[in-house]
Design a protein around this ligand. Structure first.
Ligand code: AMP
Length: 185
């Protein structure tokens, strides 16, 4: 099964990704984690990406897409995967669809986490990662909101969008995700 998680920072995608991957035997790919690892390694990709990440901006599509598609083509990802943090904008969604079509594959679901802004800000305040400075958080949420709508409409039109309520306990959210994914089976 191939799944995409869509949700703003603080929506709980990381926690739920781990659970769902464990349950369904999927490979978990977080583009944020992959990019941070590239930055830490000091690879050419990392050196280029860090300029954008430090400014709270999206890394250019070409760089992220090459990183994602190379990873998805690896042997361990052939049994299914969950993408967390990609696609972030409609151009990325279109290229993911094209990549899948080329391989005769399809997405099972794009799961959108609905979480009100006040809940997000409270969760992020308790997290304290180095790029969770208030100004950076605001910039990320603003950018996210700007781009989310066309992305949701895109997956809605493909019949792949699953909206879930991302508030409440991690157990509650996980149950909702399982239900929404069972609908696609
Ligand atoms: P995240 O941990 O998912 O919030 O990602 C951290 C940062 O990595 C983002 O603020 C972006 O600069 C970059 N990033 C992650 N995923 C993507 C993506 N799909 N496209 C462009 N930039 C990304």
């Amino acid at each position: 099964m191939r799944i995409v998680f869509i949700g703003p920072p603080g929506a709980g995608k990381g926690t739920q990704s781990q659970r769902l991957c464990q349950r369904l035997g999927l490979v978990h790919l977080s583009t944020g984690d992959m990019l941070r690892a590239a930055v830490d390694e000091g690879s050419p990709l990392g050196r280029e990406a860090t300029k954008y990440m430090a400014a709270g901006m999206l890394v250019p599509d070409q760089l992220v897409q090459r990183m994602v598609f190379d990873r998805l083509a690896e042997a361990d990802a052939q049994g299914g995967w969950l993408l967390d943090g990609f696609p972030r904008r409609i151009s990325q969604a279109e290229s993911l669809t094209a990549w899948l079509v080329q391989r005769g594959e399809r997405l099972a679901a794009a799961v959108h986490f609905n979480v009100p802004l006040d809940v997000l800000l409270a969760r992020l305040a308790g997290r304290g990662r180095h790029d969770d400075e208030p100004k950076v958080v605001e910039e990320r949420l603003a950018q996210f909101n700007q781009r989310i709508q066309p992305l949701l409409e895109y997956y809605q039109a493909l019949g792949q969008l699953r909206e879930i309520d991302g508030t409440g306990s991690p157990d509650d959210v996980f149950e909702r995700i399982l239900e929404s994914i069972e609908q696609t089976a």
